[in-house]
Design a protein around this ligand. Structure first.
Ligand code: B12
Ligand code: SF4
Length: 529
């Protein structure tokens, strides 16, 4: 551990760029000269392989805009920063936007790991350990596979960091780091500070993440949320959420445009009374936001009205399957006996786009049911469906069942990304499932389908409110048209045909160019599969 004598943490300097504050900082530093402090590196490992495209990396989008921005950070990192005492020096390395600077002499390294990048997290941890640096792994994967994770690091945190991170750092400072820190109760979110995003390279992300609640009362077989976050809904105080939103807006002023906010709750309307108050409180801030919600939101007219009025542009809904048998097998109770088409129509009538998510490969799926899913997506004009191959994440009931049935094919976590088949399906071969998945994705994102669906949305002037609220400047439309035209000779014939059809529409006020660009990015992903 670094002794604090005469060393002034540069993280302090980040906050103190004016003379009087620097003076104050120096005075504070002198007062605690005798106190030990540490250099802490917080790391977000590379999310997937650079050799393969992902639905979420928007590779095409970034190339088109000559931008290096990544979709978002992991909220765990600003959460850890907010829980860290100010006298420590912190650096954040997000491999999705930058390389890790191993030469920065860290005393301790915290790495966040989800299953699909657990292998990468282990490899980073081992590199640091070879350099004699202590490493800590936290997040859902080490929490679900502690015996495996502990083989690759000095310490693991099982569960949420809120209750244990300060103790862990104190132990590290004292030279008594324990192997396992187990958060044996769920954190009361109101009692903890707002996530501190000041050390993130914010101009490198496309959107911000805010969480208003944790926990889900349901217990779907394939899902780890109720296992990890519990079934009781824990809400943050509305004031705290608004403080979060305000701090994001303040910092994005520098970057000219307000960041879009993604509310990372699993179900924003899980507590309807709270949701109502939240939407009312958000209204004055004019942010553009999206969220996740359960399908029964379609029956909540007042909430949908408030969502629309407070800037919600899209809601992500886990439809999972169009087969009632699959929904029963999944224990997805909230979706059963719902008329999906009617729900989509109702929600979209409020100007809120439905981002649908489906799982393929459950026990009642076959090549025929996948073809039916494709047809449903087209009939319902679902613009941005997310199609997932069933993935048994460790810690879920599904994982346990498939393991007992001898149906887990391997545990190469890097393929647990919902686009590889890692288990044996019941009514088709793994190859048939993969081919069926690719066909559903390609049909949904073929340029013909994209153009047909876009025409539907333009006809009903779907983005009317967004276009009034956040109009696209004429100059941007011109630049977009010119950049599109440069792709005409790129050798992708389907894309060139699409561009020729779309160019005359670019100056139509009903058209949102960001939607076109996102859909082109999804087409790029679909045809890379
Ligand atoms: C927001 C979100 C997304 C967003 C944004 C992703 C992002 N940048 O975070 C989007 C929509 C893009 C997304 C996509 C996907 N997601 Co997602 N997502 C979430 C969600 C809803 C919230 C995550 C979050 O911000 N939580 C809040 C933070 C504060 O919590 P946390 O990360 O768990 O961190 C706490 C602890 O884990 C711990 N901790 C975490 N890291 C560390 C590190 C250290 C050192 C320490 C000490 C502690 C610690 O302390 C933190 C504070 O308590 C979760 C579900 C959930 N409720 O967590 C799913 C979840 C993470 N997603 C999941 C999945 C599967 C996916 C997809 C594969 C789905 C798909 N088919 O496309 C993709 C993957 C995309 C990709 N390539 O990354 C799974 C992951 C399961 C697993 N075992 O890894 C989850 C858990 C949902 C589920 N149903 O099980 N997702
Ligand atoms: S899939 Fe959604 S509804 Fe089901 S347990 Fe997970 S978060 Fe809750």
């Amino acid at each position: 551990m670094a002794a604090g004598l005469l060393r002034v943490p540069s993280a302090c300097r980040v906050f103190c760029d004016t003379e009087p504050l620097q003076e104050l900082s120096r005075a504070v530093m002198l007062k605690r000269e005798d106190k030990d402090w540490m250099r802490i590196a917080l790391i977000i490992p590379m999310n997937g392989s650079t050799a393969e495209k992902s639905f979420y990396d928007y590779g095409f989008y970034r190339d088109f805009l000559f931008s290096k921005k990544y979709i978002s950070y992991l909220l765990a990192i600003p959460t850890l920063i907010s829980l860290t005492q100010k006298h420590h020096e912190i650096r954040v390395f997000d491999e999705n936007i930058e390389e890790i600077d191993y030469s920065w002499k860290a005393d301790i390294v915290g790495i966040s790991a989800r299953t699909m990048f657990a292998n990468r997290a282990y490899s980073i941890s081992e590199t640091y350990r070879k350099m004699g640096v202590k490493t800590v792994l936290g997040g859902i994967h080490p929490s679900m596979c502690p015996d495996e994770a502990i083989e690759h690091c000095d310490s693991i945190v099982i569960g949420e960091a809120e209750e244990v991170w300060p103790t862990l750092l104190q132990d590290a400072e004292d030279g008594h780091l324990r192997k396992i820190y187990n958060a044996d109760r769920f954190a009361e979110l109101n009692l903890f500070p707002t996530p501190n995003r000041s050390m993130l390279s914010k101009q490198k992300y496309l959107s911000d993440i805010v969480q208003t609640s944790k926990g889900c009362p349901f217990d779907c077989e394939f899902c780890s949320v109720h296992v990890f976050d519990g079934q009781r809904i824990r809400n943050r105080a509305i004031d705290q959420v608004i403080e979060d939103v305000k701090s994001i807006n303040r910092s994005s002023v520098k970057y000219k445009k307000k960041h879009a906010v993604f509310f990372a709750d699993d179900n924003i309307i899980a507590n309807k009374k709270y949701a109502r108050e939240l939407f009312l409180a958000l209204k004055p801030y004019h942010i553009n936001w999206m969220c996740q919600a359960s399908i029964n939101i379609s029956q909540e007219d007042e909430l949908m009205e408030l969502m629309r009025d407070s800037g919600c542009g899209a809601v992500f809904i886990g439809f999972e399957s169009i087969s009632e048998d699959n929904l029963v097998a999944m224990h997805k109770r909230v979706n059963q006996r719902h008329d999906y088409s009617e729900a989509i129509r109702k929600i979209q009538s409020y100007g809120i786009l439905v981002h649908s998510s489906f799982i393929v490969g459950y026990d009642f799926d076959s090549p025929e049911t996948l073809a039916e899913l494709s047809a449903f997506i087209e009939e319902s004009n679902l613009l941005m469906p997310l199609i997932n191959i069933l993935t048994p994440f460790p810690g879920t009931r599904l994982f346990k069942r498939l393991e007992e049935e001898g149906r887990i094919r391997h545990k190469d976590w890097s393929q647990y990304d919902s686009k590889h088949v890692v288990f044996s399906p019941l009514r088709m071969s793994p190859e048939e499932l993969l081919a069926g998945y690719q066909s559903v994705v390609r049909t949904a994102y073929s340029f013909d389908s994209i153009f047909r669906k876009l025409e539907h949305y333009w006809k009903i002037d779907f983005w009317k409110r967004s276009n009034q609220f956040d109009p696209v400047k004429f100059t941007y439309r011109c630049l977009f048209a010119i950049r599109l035209a440069t792709l005409l000779l790129s050798g992708n014939r389907d894309r060139s045909r699409f561009i020729i059809k779309i160019l005359p529409k670019i100056f139509d006020q009903r058209v949102r160019i960001s939607t076109i660009l996102t859909l082109m990015a999804y087409n790029d992903f679909a045809y890379s599969l």
